[in-house]
Design a protein around this ligand. Structure first.
Ligand SMILES: C[S@@+](CC[C@H](N)C(=O)[O-])C[C@H]1O[C@@H](n2cnc3c(N)ncnc32)[C@H](O)[C@@H]1O
Length: 279
């Protein structure tokens, strides 16, 4: 029998590392898919700044004098607090609801046959993986989807291969999915392996420009001629479009729905020309 204190310390360390404890030690695995909070520190910072500012704006002094100048505390902090708190709520709205709509919008940009080989770059806890696999299954096709990720907990709360597998099992589509812990810039697949590449909110996390270029180069390489890349992000969309265009792809850009994406997301739809085997 494991002492309760040791068990709790172990469970806390698992939570910190974002991994599930083995079954039997804890039965606290959720029974519903949980796609996590994207960049949890961003959400925390909105409220960490917003709420104290709002409180100061409501209950603080009307004005204070600093080096002979008057600072109008109440209105200034009230509006600052409002803006940060509102952004926190909009972000939460995306994380809890909007991302499912955005995923569906992204996947509606391709006419699915059911037999596609699909790659999700930066799959996180499996949001797009599950969406793609369900579409392939609904069409009764032979298609399969592969997700790659480095499972950074800074970019996605509770991120881990185990958490992703657990979600896919709960969704009942794990037989159509393969997940691999490899970085986008070092894909192990042969050229021309995929009909469709999807990616949401991953590439901006590669801070170094040259490494980001390598990741996009890998997308170009692993797509089959005639294949399509659907890449969504809140910034750098122009950069992705330019690199894919210079690799010979035809490019379309569009906005996500600003009602449920925060920060507003954009999408690049890039088609690889036929006859361009593995540039
Ligand atoms: C904000 S999350 C989005 C996850 C998922 N696409 C979604 O929409 O729910 C970004 C993901 O990109 C992954 N990521 C960051 N850098 C990566 C890299 N170089 N290669 C592969 N994945 C990466 C992170 O681990 C994280 O899971």
């Amino acid at each position: 029998m494991i002492p309760v204190s040791a068990r709790n310390t172990y469970l806390r360390s698992c939570k910190k590392r974002g991994v599930f404890p083995p079954m039997g030690i804890s039965d606290r695995r959720s029974s519903r898919p949980d796609y996590g909070i994207d960049a949890p520190h961003v959400l925390r910072n909105f409220f960490l700044i917003g709420v104290p500012c709002l409180l100061l704006g409501i209950f603080g002094p009307r004005q204070v004098r600093i080096s002979g100048m008057f600072l109008h505390v109440r209105p200034t902090f009230f509006w600052m607090g409002w803006i940060f708190t509102l952004q926190g709520f909009l972000y939460l709205l995306y994380v809890k609801f909007g991302k499912f709509h955005h995923r569906d919008l992204m996947l509606s940009l391709h006419r699915w046959r059911g037999d596609e080989q699909v790659l999700d770059v930066g799959c996180g806890r499996g949001l797009l993986l599950a969406g793609v696999a369900k579409r392939l299954a609904a069409l009764d096709g032979s298609g399969l989807v592969t997700g790659i990720d480095i499972w950074s907990n800074e970019d996605m709360g509770g991120n881990s291969e185990t958490a992703t597998r657990h979600n896919l099992e709960l969704e009942g589509i794990s037989d159509r999915c393969t997940i691999l812990g490899v970085p986008a810039q070092k894909m192990p697949f042969p050229g021309g392996s995929f009909d469709v590449v999807v990616s949401n909110l991953c590439l901006h996390n590669i801070y170094d420009h040259a490494t980001r270029q390598k990741a996009l180069g890998q997308i170009v390489r692993v797509l089959k001629p005639g294949g399509v890349a659907i890449i969504s992000d809140y910034k750098l969309i122009g950069e992705y479009a330019d690199q894919l265009r210079s690799a010979g792809f035809s490019i379309e850009k569009r906005w996500g729905n600003p009602l449920y994406t925060f920060p507003p997301l954009r999408i690049v739809i890039a088609r690889k020309p036929l006859g361009n085997a593995s540039t």
